[in-house]
Design a protein around this ligand. Structure first.
Ligand code: NAP
Ligand code: MG
Length: 506
């Protein structure tokens, strides 16, 4: 008997096989072996839509992490990947992308039952973007180049001649730590540049959502990557994650998650002088200018906050509407929120799934209570949610008080706070009045005002008449407390490369 009988009919044969009858005890990948934790410890996999157990994953101990890092180190030092022909690295990355395309439905279904998101959206967004990103990064493998330099002021006799140039070399063993909101996609943001550059990797997916990473591990083997190039350790942050970030064999840490854990990782990285990329939290403003159509504005603001149930680091969680359009936009937004149909992500008729875990549901509901108690007006109806599962009603608050916790803190759920503003100076000051700086969006067809506004917003991404518009070629990352470094684009590749300067006396 399976633990997912009620959703079984909706799952592809291959997904069911991977999950196993009754829920597999999944294993993690170290070198070429799929193994259990040495001490046998395990973590349950819970479907957040049904609260049922789907199997379990190993909880890797410090010893397991040590084995994984040593395996990645041996693979790196062997040169089987780092010194492979760039065209071979490109070919394997493209092969992996093809296999992901073949199994896109399985990956999307795993993402849905592990995270709660819609399988249809996971396939068209998460999986499609991950495939596209691997293909984009595959192309960079053959385009890594240093430069030649004219020696200018060496302390050497004038008649001495020198030649100088730079090599770009892979940084070494990478620790990739991934959160649960876009498990496969964010994994691709880290594996793509690391593998294109010639690094080897120890990947730790979030304990709540490890299935797509484990499935990807199989595809990596099927594509023919040398053993040890990608190792996957499952487990929680405080044990498995801690052991990984503190391991002296790690040369670079790439992390996406909360600012609090990001700070801790940044400090740990410096102890070993590991390179570090941190993509952290946000409280991104959506700024509606007075010329923008209110109906459109409401629809777009809904998309900006409710996509992925608000569990997006760049979610548009603060909505600033010019006072002349405020009532109209916010009223329509609340109506839209009230009609969103909640239910499990395998049925395309459901518009919003559950949050990822009970912990996250409790956290978000806690903020909704805080919002109500602190005097913000809840303008959506508190409809009931499905009986089982970690569902949270999409919620719109109206507030005029910028100091409220719900205005200042990242909630990471389907909760937006709407606020009216007077003029551009007012909205710039308030949009920037946050410790975060990940993203912002501006909605207007007034080119002059838009161009004046863009440079004044302190955010790593500014979207105009769109929101959450991510692309493989465009760097993504935060100002201020939202992070350090960039994912995607050429800039992300650079973060997995060292520069070696060579000076030759001729
Ligand atoms: P988190 O703790 O920052 O988790 C992100 C990843 O880091 C997970 O793989 C986690 O492992 C791991 N981790 C946690 N503590 C660690 C440590 N001491 N050393 C090494 N790795 C560690 O985020 P969360 O607790 O799941 O979510 C809390 C809040 O973070 C959310 O409410 C949201 O505000 C924010 N968040 C932001 C993003 C983003 O995209 N920027 C993504 C997710 C969450 P385990 O989960 O397996 O313990
Ligand atoms: Mg789960």
């Amino acid at each position: 008997m399976t633990n997912f009988r009620d959703i079984e009919g909706l799952l592809d044969e291959r997904t069911l096989r991977f999950l196993g009858v009754g829920g597999h005890e999944h294993r993690m990948l170290i070198g070429e072996n799929w193994i259990d934790a040495q001490d046998g410890a395990r973590i349950d996999i819970i479907n957040p839509a049904t609260e049922q157990k789907l199997g379990s994953i190993p909880a890797a101990s410090a010893d397991d992490v040590n084995t994984a890092v040593n395996t990645a180190r041996a693979a790196f030092d062997s040169g089987s990947w780092a010194r492979a022909r760039p065209a071979d690295r490109e070919r394997l990355l493209l092969k992996l992308a093809d296999l992901m395309e073949r199994d896109a439905l399985v990956l999307a279904q795993l993402e849905s039952i592990d995270n709660g998101k819609s399988a249809q959206i996971a396939e068209s967004v998460d999986v499609t973007l991950a495939i596209g990103f691997f293909r984009y990064m595959a192309g960079w493998a053959t385009k890594i180049e240093g430069g030649t330099h004219t020696v200018s002021a060496l302390a050497a006799p004038r008649e001495a001649e020198f030649s100088a140039f730079t090599y770009r070399e892979p940084v070494g063993v990478v620790a990739a730590i991934v959160p649960w909101n876009f498990p496969l996609l964010i994994t691709s943001w880290k594996l793509g540049p690391a593998l294109a550059a010639g690094c080897t990797v120890v990947l730790k997916p979030a304990e709540q959502t490890s299935l797509s990473a484990l499935y990807l591990g199989r595809l990596i083997q099927e594509a023919g990557f040398p053993a040890g190039v990608v190792n996957i350790v499952t487990g929680d942050g405080s044990n498995t994650g801690e052991a990984l970030i503190r391991h002296p064999g790690i040369n670079k840490i790439s992390f996406t998650g909360s600012t609090k854990v990001g700070q801790l990782i940044g400090r740990a990285a410096m102890d070993n002088m590991a390179r570090v990329t941190l993509e952290l939290g946000g409280k991104s403003p959506v700024v509606i200018l007075e010329d923008y159509d209110p109906e459109q504005a409401a629809a777009q603001a809904a998309q900006a906050i409710f996509f992925n149930h608000g569990q997006v680091c760049s979610a548009g969680s603060r909505l600033y509407v010019h006072k002349s359009k405020y009532d109209s936009v916010v009223g329509q937004l609340a109506n839209l929120a009230d009609t969103i149909k909640l239910g499990h992500g395998l049925d395309p008729a459901h518009q919003m799934g559950p949050l990822v875990s009970k912990r996250q549901m409790d956290r978000v509901c806690g903020y909704i209570n805080i919002g109500q108690e602190s005097g913000a007006e809840r303008i959506t109806t508190a409809n009931s949610t499905p009986e089982r599962g970690y569902f949270v009603q999409p919620t719109v608050f109206a507030s005029t008080n910028d100091k409220l916790e719900i205005v200042r803190e990242e909630i990471f759920g389907p909760v937006v706070v709407a606020m009216p503003y007077d003029d551009l100076d007012d909205v710039v000051r308030r949009a920037n009045d946050t410790p975060y700086g990940l993203a912002a969006s501006i909605w207007s067809n007034d080119l002059s005002r838009v161009h004046k506004l863009v440079p004044r917003l302190k955010a790593g991404s500014v979207w105009v008449n769109c929101h959450n518009m991510l692309d493989a070629a465009i760097p993504f990352g935060g100002y201020k407390m939202s992070g350090f470094g960039r994912d995607m684009g050429r800039q992300s590749l650079d973060a997995y490369l060292e520069t070696k300067s060579v000076v030759m006396a001729l």
